[in-house]
Design a protein around this ligand. Sequence first.
Ligand code: UDP
Ligand code: MG
Length: 313
Amino acid sequence: MDKLYLVVPCYNEEEVLPETARRLAAKFDNLIAGGKISPESKVVFVDDGSKDRTWEIIEGLNESSPLFQGIKLSRNKGHQNALLAGLMAVKDECDMTISMDADLQDDIDAIDRMLEKYYDGCDVVYGVRSERKTDSAFKRTTAHGFYKIMKLLGADIIYNHADYRLMSRRALDALSEFREVNLFLRGIVPLVGFKSDTVEYKRTERFAGQSKYPLKKMISFALNGITSFSIKPIRMITLLGILIFSVSILMLVYFLIRHFSGNTVQGWTTLAASVWAIGGLQLLAIGVVGEYIGKMYMETKARPKYVIEKYLK
Ligand code: UDP
Ligand code: MG
């Protein structure tokens, strides 16, 4: 039986933590009794610089049972970083991890199905929301728009998958090779590769406390997702430049016709033509510079060029 480490980022979650811990302990007892995971499996809470009693609660849990571990970040670094910190801290101890939110909005019974897929040979199992009735209409529309835009910009993210996912140890090892600072997990994990599958679950209501993702954080999360993944916005500038420059040539023809048919004001032709031509050329030039910046940007990420899955000797 393999060792499972469940990683739970927590930010100001004093209201939900005791209940979450209770439910998770029951779940783990069940899984261990059923022979699905090793008795040495753990639940690891990562305190993302909470300002309430979250860390005291985690300390208490850690003392009360060997099942619970705690990691405390020195300050609030956001959900993605807290999650990554947890995953990287435990990766050498475990055979696989599952990441999940502290509010148990993600159905913990999906863990059983994730484990089945893992034992079937998957290195990554994505939890996918089959419906989001409990989210507000606003959250649903913005989330939907976000997935759409990400797809359009070329980031291969899984639709309706948040960060509820199982990752094997070797998938985590591969993930640790991605050294970029702005790590957008939902986009990177598919890049890691390996055999993967999805598991559907119903997302429920947060059972206590408030969402820790206000609109401000959602916007910065989405912007970070796009800009840390895609240089397509730069390419759009280049395309726009080419487009406007082409239009300027057509306009020039039109301006000349007007000029020679004599019904224009003196000087208008040159002025109008140059505004378009120069505008187009400038955009094009910015785009070209941008292409090089885009290259440098991808280079500085120093992403691994490949991940070896098997080596038969
Ligand atoms: N979280 C975190 N750091 C933050 C914000 C959130 O670690 O700066 C955690 C939070 O404690 C929870 C998870 O990220 O476990 C998801 O947050 P939340 O449930 O508030 O988001 P929502 O479900 O509303 O999208
Ligand atoms: Mg939540």
